[in-house]
Design a protein around this ligand. Structure first.
Ligand code: AMP
Length: 362
């Protein structure tokens, strides 16, 4: 079934593929609008399941379980995107999949993604597809060093990434990547990293959040500051790029666009995510409508809410045992604590976040 453009009225059930914190916060935002959520996740007692109406606990490759799930919900969306697109196409025969699974086809592969971005007239770091150490050596000749070698698929939070400095051995870098296909990217000398998150409704209308600044530690997002310390013109350009990309994908839902601001003030896109994004969590406590509310509104076909920022904000991820400081944070009236209900605080695991807000003076 192609998406028939139907509106899912309150009372309907949103099927969410993936049971992590993004699904949890989406389900929490769906409830006040009168929706139920049904989570599909291989793990029992997932962060999303804990706050949802129903869960199917089955592996992502269990076609029968996916079929049953799809038959029980009114619309399907995802917070975990590393499912084969065929699985979404199959579920799409039973209920609309929003954003459309074709958006995933574009964003799941780093080279397809960058080709798509460049085709819209938007810049990225220089890049080359490489399928072995010889192709890597040739790509290094073309792009130069320093450079970053990344797996084309399934990379996140710096996994599957290798920095290459002048004089490094391409064969060693290739072995360190530990994959059979990679993309070599020129290293961007950036002033800061920002992201633009935009919601796009079923009617094609868009609503962009303020552009925010992201700091990473060990390749994992550490803090997001809203707004970003960039000029108004650059921020508007970033939002316009996000709108161009969302329109070109014909996306219904949320698009997060991670970008580098170069030292000479150009915007280069690093990565896209067709779902709620960690760098949008601040919006829960600092915007009239959060990214999760916009996500629910978009996939259900409701008009979008107002993404305007009523407060400046700094969001800090709580990784691993950072979460042990919850007592201090929960006692701070200025700090909004969000814990994800994960039992085990492994190093680097996203256990929660805290957003400190500062209302904007009238
Ligand atoms: P990614 O997994 O592509 O989001 O990369 C994680 C982080 O690594 C980014 O947020 C940057 O801080 C850094 N990084 C990735 N690619 C590049 C690049 N081409 N140039 C400079 N820094 C990069």
């Amino acid at each position: 079934m192609a998406d028939d453009g139907r509106v899912i009225p309150p009372g309907g059930t949103i099927g969410i593929v993936g049971g992590g914190q993004l699904g949890r916060m989406a389900a929490l935002a769906a409830a006040p609008l009168g929706y139920r959520c049904h989570i599909f996740c291989p793990d029992a007692d997932s962060p999303a399941e804990q706050v949802a109406d129903k869960a199917t606990v089955a592996p992502y490759d269990d076609a029968e379980a996916l079929d049953r799930f799809a038959a029980e919900v009114d619309v399907i969306t995802y917070e975990f995107e590393n499912l084969p697109t065929e699985a979404f196409a199959r579920m799409g025969r039973k209920a609309p999949v929003r954003p459309h699974w074709r958006c995933l086809e574009t964003t799941q592969h780093r080279v397809t993604e960058k080709d798509f971005i460049n085709a819209q007239g938007i810049g990225t770091a220089p890049y080359r597809l490489v399928r072995g150490p010889d192709e890597l050596a040739a790509a290094l000749e073309a792009i130069g060093t320093p450079a970053v070698l990344k797996t084309t698929r399934l990379g996140y939070d710096g996994k599957g990434q290798v920095g290459i400095e002048p004089g490094d051995d391409p064969a060693e870098a290739w072995a360190a990547m530990n994959g059979d296909e990679g993309v070599l990217e020129g290293f961007v000398d950036f002033r800061c990293e920002v992201s633009a998150i935009i919601a796009r409704g079923l009617d094609g209308k868009t609503a962009a959040f303020d552009v925010v600044e992201n700091r990473h530690a060990n390749h994992i997002l550490a803090t997001t500051t809203a707004p970003a310390s960039i000029s108004g013109d650059l921020a508007r350009d970033a939002q316009a790029m996000a709108a161009t990309l969302a329109d070109a994908l014909d996306l219904v839902g949320l698009l997060a666009v991670e970008m580098f601001v170069t030292t000479d003030d150009r915007l280069l896109v690093n990565e896209l995510a067709a779902r709620p994004h960690n760098s949008g969590h601040w919006s829960i406590d600092a915007c009239h409508a959060s990214q999760f509310e916009q996500f629910v509104r978009a996939v259900c076909g409701l008009p979008l809410g107002d993404p305007a920022r009523h407060s400046d904000a700094v969001m800090t991820n709580l990784l691993g045992d950072d979460v042990d400081q919850w007592q201090t944070m929960v006692a701070d009236p200025n700090a909004h604590l969000h814990l994800y209900g994960k039992a085990e605080a492994r190093p680097g695991r996203k256990m929660g976040h805290v957003t400190r807000v500062n209302p904007i003076a009238e």
